[in-house]
Each structure stands twice: as structure tokens, then as C-alpha cells.
Design a protein around this ligand. Sequence first.
Ligand code: ATP
Length: 274
Amino acid sequence: MGAIEFRNVTYAYPNGHIANENLNLLIASGERIAIVGQNGAGKTTAVKLMNGLHKPTAGDVFVDGINTRERTTAQISAIVGYVFQNPDDQIFNGTVKAEIEYMLHYLKLDQSEIDRRVARAVELTGIQNYLEANPFDVPYSMRKFVTIAVVLAIDTPYIILDEPTAGQDMKGIKTLVRLMDRLQEEGKSVITITHDMEFVADHFKRVVVMANKRIIADDTAKSIFGNEPILTVARIKKPQIGELAKELGFGINGTILYREELIAALIKEKINRS
Ligand SMILES: Nc1ncnc2c1ncn2[C@@H]1O[C@H](COP(=O)(O)OP(=O)(O)OP(=O)(O)O)[C@@H](O)[C@H]1O
């Protein structure tokens, strides 16, 4: 089975700034993980190491057993797709359709395969109405889905989404969840950087927490949100239900994260009092 593996990985930018320090991480194929942590913790740098945009300055990154140092960025990004945080950093074609097809032509796929992949990516992201539009004329939330469609069409076994919920309403988040579920059913890994803790609690089992260039925790969402010292160091807020439960004196150690759990605790408390 394939995996992305970090072994003692450090990365320093050309100006000497160390952004990642001694990271060790194993992401198995088919896994869905969230990477969280304060601004500047090193999350984006870490995912750029996964898809070969950066090469470690010390240690090694392996993608399906291949050391990323031994391949070009283009070769690694054909295995690990990365959807940029800001769609405008990724887009360069005149129409949405051309943007999605660009890499598929580069990969020299035949037209029927290109059509099949575009149709799948468009269906998953719900951007049917924008195919002939200039990507820069598409509203921000849909522009983000255009860049997701580009990566989906490349059909990589690993997909990185950098801040996918930013600027999304409920409908956008539903589309996002549906496409993450579909990718997981297909055995693909989804690695998501996010500051949206409701999204993390509701849709991720495994959470990696970064702070000050390092991974400081790698555990279930339940354990992470129950670990006050980790939340403090990483400057992460619990999801609202968790905060409310804490204020009400329930859910010490983060046992309460979801609405149903809080309701059950309130009912139990009421029964105990009567
Ligand atoms: N090109 C660069 N040259 C020098 N330093 C950089 C460069 N890009 C990022 N950094 C620095 O590296 C550190 C880690 O940045 P990174 O973008 O990986 O953090 P992040 O956790 O993704 O933050 P955010 O949540 O704000 O996106 C920050 O201090 C940032 O200022």
C-alpha cells in the first residue's frame, strides 16, 4: 500500500528562514487527515514538501516509496495534487475549460479520456455553468472549485486542499464534503489544511497539529479537542459545541464535541437532579 512519509524533515527557505523542523509523518493511501495550527506554523510549507514544490533541506520525503529529491516537481505533482490556498496563484488560462484541460493535454491523454476526466471533475465540483467563463470572472467561492476541478482531473491518488472552506457558504461546504467522501470511496487520500474547527470536528477522524515549525500532535479529533495544552500552544479554538459544553461544566477532556452529545449530557443532568 502506498504512503506519503516524512523522515526527520527540515525545510529552510532560500533566505534561511526555517519553516519546518524535524517532521515525522506517515499518511497511508486512502486516509483523510486535517492539518491545523496557528498562522505561520508551517502547514503550507509541509504540504508543498509532499507534492515536490519544495525539497527538504534535511531528511527525506517519500511518496509511494519514491524519494522526492530524485524526481522533478512535475513528476511528484502527478502523484500528489495540490490545490493552492489562493486560487489566483494557480489559474493562468483564459477559460475554465481550458484551465481544467491544460494538464491533461500536457499528459498527452487522448480526447475521449480528457472529456471523461473533465466531466467527472465538473460534476464533483458543481461548476457546470462556468466552463466557458474566464476563471477570473468567476465568483471567488466557485473559482476555488475551478482549481479543485483542475486537480481532480489529473486524478492523483493524493489530493491536498489548502483552506478549502475559506469563502464557502453551506452549499459550498456540502459540495466539498461530498467530493471528499467520493475521493475516499475511490481509495484516494485527502490532506486538508484548515482553520475551520467545525469542519474538522464534523468531517475528519485524524488531525495533525502544527506549531512553531513542528508537529506537536497527531491524533483523533476527539483527543485533540480534549487536549487543552495542545489547543493553547497551537492557538486552536474548540468547535462551538465543545466550547459551550466546557462553559456549562460538561465534557471535561473534550468528551463532548457534537450537538447530540451535549443534548445527551443535559438530559442526563436533568434526570440526575429530579
Ligand atoms: N517564500 C518564503 N520565504 C521565506 N519565508 C517564508 C516563505 N514562505 C513562507 N515563509 C515563512 O515560513 C513560515 C511558515 O509559513 P507557512 O505558509 O508554511 O505557514 P502556515 O502554517 O501555512 O500559515 P497560514 O496558516 O498563515 O497559511 C512563516 O513564518 C512564513 O512567514
